[in-house]
Ligand binder design. Structure first.
Ligand code: GAP
Length: 511
């Protein structure tokens, strides 16, 4: 099945099984805003827990905060967001649709890359074990031509971005003959900058209301609390501050479901270091964060680093962690070496000294910062994209979400085989005993096969069936979601078996 079709099915599945709903759906929805349902919120909370604990539990020099969404408006002037948090947009005059010029060009680059990868895949099949990819890339005419095209376009694109040359971005779109996917024409407007921040007003108009912004990143809440945390926590450099919270961006092109939203959640960590050591820390955090992703077991080949074509105004190094979504490799997380830009700017705009006194050097300096920044919603989509499977069984087909057990919304379903002979009571007792440890669900409706399918569809890793043998010897069957294997075990063993699988400990050991 084409990857795009799988993605459409995944989106439908998310709604049907209570993971994600369109916001304000009964009013026909609100563009690029989504709500999480009963299963979605559990998965989302587990992702946040995995991230939070991997930061503040595993690192004794990383602490958390929770700062407000509304902040003093000068913060956004100091951070550069008022002047430079822009996307270059372009309109198609025939379809009247608006696009991000940089995204149109990135998609063109991805098409060329696809052509190269297809040649390589074909050759790998043809030559089997003797295939040497490196040699093929260096000698195959078609691959070489496409690689040259890619390099030329990439260099031109990177230069245009770095120069902030909007005319050149448009010219690239024209020269590459990029068409609007809706109208199919090349009738483009000029490229213009569009600021992504939402604003509102605080206070009544009589008092002179103040224009304030909904934060477009959580990071600034960390920067402006740097001194508070460093002093009250007696933190010594290097140390980090972690935060999970909502962010808002008036995205021009909000497509691909929860991949690009106007209201979303970020998990960010700012790591404060001695000037000059930032690039070493940048490398360390790159490794740690890639390990965090890959520990989930979705296949190392599905992740890669992408080095930024254009560095943000605050960075001296930046990479994205990309995952192979059904619509191609896309960013899940950004890792940036942000220099001392933010703290220095806040020093200047607030007039307060934001320094660290280094007892070893006997001097004060503005710390440099390495940031890791990941979107909760994008991570959620990554997990579901990787977990969604359609499996052909002997007489049946099943849709199963192979979510890692520690992230699964429901850990355990307890199913009495029949609704009599005291089996429901035993099932309820098992839940009463285990509900303090795991999120459990009771289900007695329909055949056992149908009940298994319902649990597969929401990714429940374990189903426990109470049958006629249970009252005799206190044993039940435990069914494993991925293998569908069933084992007879004693009720008293359940806590140990499930506990081991759903604990984050095994993931943390790999980070
Ligand atoms: N503080 C740095 C920062 O915000 P970013 O690369 O703009 O960097 C970080 O965003 C992460 O936030 C991205 O990797 C992505 O996972 C998530 N993100 C950004 N914009 C988003 C959007 N419109 N919808 C969903 N997630 C988004």
């Amino acid at each position: 099945m084409a990857q795009e079709d799988i993605f459409k099915k995944l989106v439908a599945h998310c709604k049907e099984y209570g993971f994600v709903f369109q916001s304000s759906e009964i009013y026909d929805g609100l563009g690029a805003v989504y709500d999480y349902g009963q299963n979605g919120v559990e998965l989302k909370n587990n992702i946040k827990k995995y991230w939070w604990e991997s930061m503040v539990l595993l690192h004794e020099n990383v602490v958390g905060i929770d700062s407000a969404i509304f902040m003093h408006p000068t913060i956004w002037k100091a951070s550069g967001h008022v002047d430079a948090f822009n996307d270059p947009l372009i309109d198609n005059k025939d379809s009247k649709k608006r696009y991000r010029a940089d995204v149109l060009i990135e998609e063109q680059l991805a098409k060329i890359e696809d052509k190269i990868n297809k040649e390589i895949e074909k050759a790998a099949k043809r030559f089997g074990d003797t295939f040497n990819e490196q040699q093929f890339r260096e000698t195959n005419q078609r691959v070489l031509e496409n690689q040259q095209k890619w390099d030329a376009l990439h260099n031109r694109f990177a230069k245009a971005l770095n120069d902030g040359n909007l005319d050149e971005l448009r010219q690239i779109i024209v020269d590459e003959e990029i068409v609007c996917p809706i109208s199919g024409t090349r009738n483009w407007t000029e490229v213009r900058q569009f600021n992504l921040m939402f604003s509102t007003e605080m206070g009544s108009t009589a008092d002179g209301a103040q224009k304030i912004y909904l934060r477009p990143e959580t990071a600034q809440g960390i920067f402006v609390n740097y001194l508070n945390v460093q002093k009250t926590g007696r933190m010594k450099i290097p140390f980090g501050i972690a935060q999970i919270g909502k962010a808002f961006r008036n995205e021009i092109v909000a497509r691909q479901f929860i991949f690009r939203m106007r209201e979303f959640e970020q998990m960010e960590m700012q790591f404060f270091v001695k000037p000059g050591t930032e690039l070493d820390w940048f490398e360390k955090w790159k490794t740690t964060r890639m390990n965090w992703h890959q520990a989930l077991g979705f296949g190392t080949e599905n992740y890669r680093f992408h080095v930024h074509e254009k560095l943000a105004h605050y960075a001296n190094a930046a990479v994205d962690v990309e995952y192979k979504f059904p619509f191609g490799f896309k960013e899940v997380e950004g890792i940036h070496s942000r220099t001392d830009f933010d703290l220095s700017q806040h020093e200047q705009y607030s007039g307060k000294k934001i320094r660290y006194f280094d007892p070893e050097l006997n001097e004060s300096y503005v710390p440099f910062v390495v940031e890791t920044s990941i979107g909760v919603d994008r991570m959620f989509l990554q997990v579901l994209s990787a977990a969604y499977c359609e499996e052909q069984l002997e007489n049946d087909m099943r849709v199963v979400l192979k979510i890692p057990p520690m992230l699964a919304p429901i850990k355990l379903a307890v199913l009495p085989l029949v609704k009599k002979d005291g089996l429901p009571e035993i099932a309820r007792q098992i839940i009463d005993d285990l509900k303090f440890e795991f999120n459990c669900q009771y289900d007695e409706k329909d055949s056992i096969g149908k009940r298994y399918r319902r649990q597969d569809a929401i990714g429940t890793p374990f189903c426990v069936t109470v049958d006629n043998q249970t009252p005799e010897d206190n044993s039940v069957t435990i069914r494993y979601r991925d293998t569908m294997e069933q084992k007879r075990v004693s009720i008293s063993e359940l806590s140990g078996i499930i506990g081991k699988q759903v604990s984050f400990k095994s993931l943390f050991a790999k980070i």
